[in-house]
Every structure is written in structure tokens, then in C-alpha cells.
Design a protein. Structure first.
Length: 433
């Protein structure tokens, strides 16, 4: 709770949004939330409505009533011989074929709380649902705050006036420092801002017209310090072993990347310890965003339950592409879907299975070979051949055969994992030609 009402008028903080989400979950009134945060009730209402997240079902699974249901007398949608009213049909859902179907919306969403957080009937409700998540709301706020501070902060007329003053002098060979020193009263921005305007090509004169600008190399951005390792908090290899001791039998997946040529496409690899199955996803680059998109694609394809079952724990290294564990551990609604743990730095031996299994990839894609010409279809073909290779460590069985017993079938199908006949297994570069 805030300490003093003097905070009224300030922007909502992460703590405020957490309080709002907690209060919505408890079905608190708008007035009580506003009083708790020393905010106007309208501010709270707008915050919730602006940042609520829709969790609309796909049309193939939609069971929500039609807003026209009571007055509907439609017949013969599915068959000309059927005399039964379509809304009472037990063999066909009318929304799949009726052009007049309109989803009936819950009346509670039209006024506060605008969301389903604390609704006791949402489990059995088939209406379109909305939720308020503090984490998502804070992210939206930060993006808006950032975007509103970008670009040119003056009107086109003011920019033209400034250009009329600056550009002729620059084209005479004068420096910005010189101009700023003599026209300080006429320029309503800082010297640094003028340089930013030149970088955005806002003036008739350009960077190349500045006397010394082109002589300087762009400053190298300082590398992010790796000393803190905040992302490793409660996720170290020691924590990993402790978790396994407390949860024996938990499925472990090792995660890594395989690089082709520097700066090109990479492979995100995932190795399932319980069956030695490996999957690989082709990424445009080895960034956190690409890794997150790939994991979200798997999550969307197989669903929450299958994902949590297959990816209970993920063990990976300390590569920069994996240093945003919260985004990988949670879905877009803030629900936990996996746990991420990290090996100790320079200790790839702590995830030996995936490192060893990468040898199979190198049989087909030698080191230094670019992945830019490849497609996910070709990568899936290579992985199917690798997973159909019998292993002595598996008592001469193949990883794919064991995966059929231990992993969710929908997971295998969604990633196009198939069995290759033993004599058809091919692990040479010519496989992908």
C-alpha cells in the first residue's frame, strides 16, 4: 500500500499493477482498489480495460452462444430435407456454417471489472474471456513510454525554421558547436539533439556535410557485463541437481544452438534425456527473440499440458540467446510452462548428451557450412534420419521408437517427426541436396 496520497497523479508502477491484478483476482470493488492506490477510480478502470488480454477460442472449438439465438428461426443450413431448427441441431454446430452467427459477449465485460480474473463461473463459461496480467500491462506501458520519446519532438513548421537556420551554415563549413554557440537563443534544443536530427536526416544538410563527423568511427557499444548473472539466480546447476533430488523422475531436456556461418541462420536443438530424441528448429539468427518465437511455436502447436509434460525442465548453457529465462518459462498470460536451469560457465560437460548428439548433425552439415539455404522441412528430414539411427546406449533401439513410448504423440506429429526405414537412414551431406 502506498505511504501517502501525494503519490496521486504519478504513473502506475509494477507494484501498483501487481496490486490491481491481485485485487481483481479477489473480486475487490473499483472503489477499494482506487483507495488502496490513491488513484481515481476512472484511472484504474481505464488501466484494466486498456491492458486486458483476450483469450478467444479458435472458431473450430467455439461453443459460445449466438447473440441472435433467441429470435433465430433458421433452418436447412446443413440439409434441405432437415426440418429441425438449426439452433436445436445435435449433429452440427450452427456457428460453423451460419453466416449470421455472432458471438454473444458476457455483459460483465462491458463494465468494471472488464475482465474474468475473479469470475467464479469462467471455468464453465464459453464466452470470450479477458484477463488482466500485471506483467503484460507493465510491458505495454514501457513500450508506449519508449515510443512516445522517439522521433522528432517538434512540429514540421518548427523543423523547417530550424533547418533554414542550421543547413546554410553547415554547408558553409561551420560546425554544430560553432552554430550553437552563436545561435543559442534561436535553437530550442540541445547540441546533442541537433546531432540526433542529423542522424535522422531531418535537415537539408547531411552528416557528410559536417566538418569532422565522417572522420570518426561509430563508437562501439559497451558489451553487457556478464559479472552479475542475475538470470542465473535460483537456476544454477546446483539448483538443477537439488530440484531433481526433490522431484525424482522429472523429464529433462537439454537445449543448445548449432551455428553455421557467423551471422547466418542457426539451429535451436533440444535433446530429451529419457529417450535420446533430438529436435532442431531453424532460426533466422541466434537471438533471444528467435529462441522465444521457436519455443512459443511449439507451445502453441501442442498446448499447455503436453508442453509441460515434455519440457518439465530445460538445462542449457549461458549463451546470450538463453539469458531471458522468464520469457521462456512463462506463456503470454504469465502461466508457468517449464523451468530453466543453467550449466556452470565453460562447463559444457554438464549437458554431455546434446553435445555428443551434435556429431550427427555435423555428419550432414559440416562445420563452417552456411544454413541460410536450408528450410525447416530439410532440417526435419535430417532430424528424422538422426532419430532413426539405432544406438548401442539404447540397447540397439532408436530414439524415435522410445519417444513413441515416452512422449506425447501430438508432440511428435506437430514437429513432423517420422520413422525412417533402417536401410534408408542417410547421414551424409548429400541427404539435403
Amino acid at each position: 500500500m502506498r505511504a501517502h496520497p501525494s503519490d496521486k497523479g504519478k504513473h502506475l508502477t509494477t507494484e501498483d499493477r501487481n496490486i490491481i491484478e491481485e485485487a481483481l483476482n479477489e473480486n475487490s470493488t473499483l472503489k477499494s482498489i482506487a483507495e488502496r492506490l490513491y488513484k481515481d477510480p476512472t484511472t484504474i478502470s481505464k488501466e484494466v480495460k486498456r491492458n486486458r488480454i483476450s483469450s478467444t477460442q479458435s472458431k473450430s472449438n467455439l461453443l459460445a452462444s449466438c447473440s441472435n439465438r433467441k429470435a433465430c428461426t433458421q433452418k436447412h443450413l446443413c440439409s434441405a430435407v432437415c426440418d429441425r431448427m438449426c439452433k436445436k441441431c445435435t449433429t452440427m454446430n450452427c456457428f460453423k456454417i451460419c453466416p449470421q452467427y455472432i458471438v454473444k459477449k458476457c455483459i460483465h465485460l462491458s463494465h468494471f471489472p472488464h475482465v474474468c480474473n475473479g469470475c467464479k463461473q469462467k471455468i464453465n463459461c464459453h464466452h470470450e474471456k479477458y484477463h488482466y496480467r500485471a506483467k503484460v500491462a507493465q510491458t505495454n506501458y514501457e513500450e508506449v513510454l519508449k515510443s512516445c520519446r522517439q522521433g522528432i519532438g517538434i512540429t514540421p513548421i518548427e523543423l523547417n525554421e530550424l533547418d533554414g537556420l542550421i543547413s546554410p551554415l553547415i554547408l558553409k563549413g561551420q560546425s554544430i558547436a560553432h552554430i550553437f554557440a552563436h545561435h543559442n537563443d534561436e535553437i530550442d534544443c540541445s547540441e546533442r539533439t541537433l546531432y540526433n536530427y542529423f542522424d535522422m536526416n531531418a535537415f537539408t544538410a547531411r552528416n557528410i556535410d559536417l566538418p569532422r563527423k565522417v572522420r570518426y568511427k561509430p563508437r562501439k557499444k559497451a558489451k553487457l557485463a556478464k559479472k552479475s548473472g542475475a538470470y542465473r539466480n535460483s537456476r544454477t546447476y546446483k539448483d538443477f541437481n537439488t530440484y531433481l533430488d526433490l522431484n525424482p523422475g522429472t523429464s529433462v531436456v537439454e537445449m543448445d544452438t548449432v551455428i553455421g556461418r557467423k551471422g547466418g541462420k542457426v539451429l535451436l536443438t533440444l535433446f530429451f534425456r529419457n529417450c535420446s530424441l533430438m529436435i532442431a528448429l531453424l532460426l533466422d539468427s541466434g537471438t533471444q527473440e528467435c529462441v522465444l518465437d521457436a519455443m512459443n511455436a511449439i507451445y502453441d502447436a501442442i498446448g499447455n499440458a503436453a508442453f509441460k509434460n515434455c519440457f518439465s525442465i530445460i538445462l542449457t548453457d549461458n549463451g546470450s540467446e538463453f539469458q531471458a529465462p522468464e520469457t521462456l518459462e512463462q506463456d503470454e498470460f504469465g502461466n508457468e510452462r517449464t523451468k530453466i536451469f543453467y550449466c556452470e560457465p565453460m562447463s559444457s560437460y554438464q549437458k554431455p548428451h546434446i553435445e555428443k548428439n551434435h556429431e550427427y548433425i555435423r555428419y550432414v552439415l559440416p562445420k563452417g557450412k552456411s544454413f541460410d539455404h536450408l528450410t525447416q522441412t530439410k532440417i526435419a528430414l535430417m532430424i528424422n534420419h538422426i532419430n532413426s539411427t539405432a544406438r548401442t546406449s539404447l540397447n540397439r533401439q532408436t530414439p524415435f521408437k522410445l519417444a513413441q513410448l515416452l512422449l506425447d504423440e501430438s508432440f511428435l506429429e506437430s514437429l513432423s517427426l517420422k520413422r525412417i526405414e533402417p536401410d534408408e537412414v542417410h547421414l551424409k551431406p548429400s541427404l539435403l541436396k
